[in-house]
Ligand binder design. Structure first.
Ligand code: NAD
Length: 497
């Protein structure tokens, strides 16, 4: 607690401004300058960044094509050592990164601390996997007198396009995997968190990644992102964001008259938690609250829907309303805050419109009160919960602190799982039950990437719980898992008589 308090005080003193521009050797962008403000208090300037113009995008691609081979030919252990050095530097400078996560992304202090830890874990994990997978060719069996070897190497130029909700962990996760596998990387951060991306790229440069091997291109998805993904020089894209953007990127890559690119897409979800009447209501409520409302509901893994068996539904709803009344919404830089702001006005508008519809069509279970004195100048949205008749009421992913509760009867369990599968998404699923057969039935029938039983439905520890979805939720392989690096690699078989 003392360390956390000291950190909180230190962060109050680190208020920027941070200023960023494209990091592309040999180019000076004349793109627009974008001012960045704090989601918790829009009057507070956090910094600014210059967007990449089209000449800068073109130069970055040309640089990357030239830089790829030398980086790929380095021993995997050398690339790994650079990434590990970056992890050490990240931890040594964590105050600055935490401050940026709080101020630019509106992260609460515990979330920001967890983000730094996860980012460092990704750097170290992919370094370890690079040594293991890329260090030596694999010797394959063959007839006497013939040697067969399988080599892994980088694919060429990898574009990494990341979201704002894990601006450091996902950003560095994608970038470090692509680098570990031997690719030249162009990193396109989310518009809302471009400053964090800039500081993260500088960190890797300082650790030893050459400036032309890792370049940074801030700007709009529809211009900078689209220009990158339609370019024939790109051999792979690692993307995390909405399913709709993944479709747009897939179309852009497919329309190129160029070698077929690898696409790794980690996308949205319509995540459910299923609770039966054998589960403990206290545990259900504790876990669904942290899953639905932590990070202001802006986690791809967050529970959006709680399916609760009708025998315990009234009790769970009442407890939910009581627990929500205890939540404190406010400045994410304060230790007492449970829920911070949502990322921007656009995100807030979608939530306000959704709540207006739910107010008419659904029964409200609870809503957290906002204090105008502490939330009046930021993009805050009061967490709330509604009871709805069925999953068909939700037509899109609601990316914020809104929970929907649906009751089910004992004989409806297959139908509950089928409703969830019918959304087409398959990211996370929570199960609360003390009956083994029920847990087995649900987890084997559901098509989801990450299933959590009798615990909260968030958290993906690198190397422990590889994370990623199925169907509309992503292509795999799972981030933080043993197969992730392989999608960033090309394979070559060498046969010698
Ligand atoms: P988004 O799709 O709006 O943007 C993501 C990135 O794509 C941004 O960098 C954006 O600039 C870029 N982009 C937008 N249009 C583009 C185009 N036409 N071509 C190339 N790039 C383009 O998503 P977001 O709002 O930043 O993030 C929230 C979404 O991300 C949610 O749907 C959430 O579920 C999902 N998400 C998924 C995971 C996962 O692991 N599955 C993790 C985090 C977030």
């Amino acid at each position: 607690d003392n360390e956390l308090k000291a950190l909180a005080e230190a962060i109050q003193n680190k208020s920027g401004p941070w200023n960023a521009e494209p990091l592309v050797p040999g180019a000076k962008s004349t793109g627009a300058t974008v001012q960045v403000s704090n989601p918790a208090d829009r009057r507070q300037n956090v910094g600014s960044y210059v967007t990449a113009d089209s000449a800068t995008v073109d130069k970055a691609l040309a640089n990357a094509v030239n830089a790829h081979h030398a980086w790929d030919r380095l021993p995997a252990a050398s690339r790994a050592a650079i990434l590990e050095h970056a992890a050490e530097q990240l931890e040594a400078r964590r105050g600055e990164f935490i401050a940026l996560c709080v101020r630019e992304a509106g992260k609460s202090l515990p979330d920001a601390i967890a983000e730094i830890r996860e980012a460092a874990d990704f750097l170290r994990y992919y370094a370890t996997m690079a040594r293991r997978l890329f260090g030596h060719p694999e010797q394959l069996p063959g007839p006497t007198g013939e040697s067969n070897q399988l080599f892994l190497s980088g694919r060429g130029v990898f574009v990494c396009i990341s979201p704002w909700n894990f601006p450091l962990a996902i950003f560095l996760g994608q970038v470090s995997a692509a680098l570990a596998a031997g690719n030249a990387v162009i990193a396109k951060p989310a518009e809302q968190t471009s400053l964090i991306g800039y500081v993260a790229v500088k960190l890797l440069h300082d650790a030893g990644v050459p400036a032309d091997v890792l370049q940074y291109l801030p700007g709009d998805g529809a211009t900078v992102g689209a220009a990158l993904t339609r370019d024939p020089r790109v051999s792979g894209v690692a993307f995390t964001g909405s399913t709709e953007t993944a479709w747009a990127i897939n179309r852009a890559l497919a329309a190129r008259n160029a070698p077929i690119a690898a696409l790794i897409a980690e996308t949205g979800g319509q995540n459910a938690m299923i609770a039966d009447s054998s589960a403990l209501p206290e545990q259900i409520v504790k876990d669904v609250i942290s899953s639905a409302f932590q990070s202001a509901g802006q986690r791809c893994s967050a529970a959006r829907v709680l399916f609760v068996q009708e025998d315990i539904a009234d009790k769970v709803n009442a407890m939910l309303a009581g627990a929500m009344a205890e939540l404190k919404v406010g400045d994410p830089g304060q230790l007492s805050t449970d829920v911070g702001p949502v990322i921007d006005e656009d995100a807030k508008k979608i939530l306000v419109d959704h709540a207006a519809r739910m107010d008419k069509e659904a029964k409200k279970i609870g809503e957290v009160a906002l204090d105008p004195a502490t939330t009046g100048n930021g993009t805050f949205f009061a967490p709330r919960a509604y009871e709805i008749p069925g999953l068909a009421t939700l037509t899109r992913e609601i990316f914020g602190p809104v929970l929907h509760v649906i009751r089910w009867k004992a004989d409806e369990l297959p139908n509950v799982v089928d409703q969830i599968n019918a959304t087409g998404y398959g990211l996370t699923l929570g199960i609360h039950s003390r009956i083994d057969d029920t847990v087995e039935f649900i987890q084997s029938r559901a098509r989801v990437g990450n299933c959590y039983v009798n615990r909260n439905q968030i958290g993906a520890v690198v190397g422990v719980q590889p994370f990623g979805g199925e169907g509309l939720s992503g292509t795999g392989p799972k981030a933080g898992g043993p197969h992730y690096l392989l999608r960033f690699a090309g394979e070559r078989t060498l046969t010698i008589n």
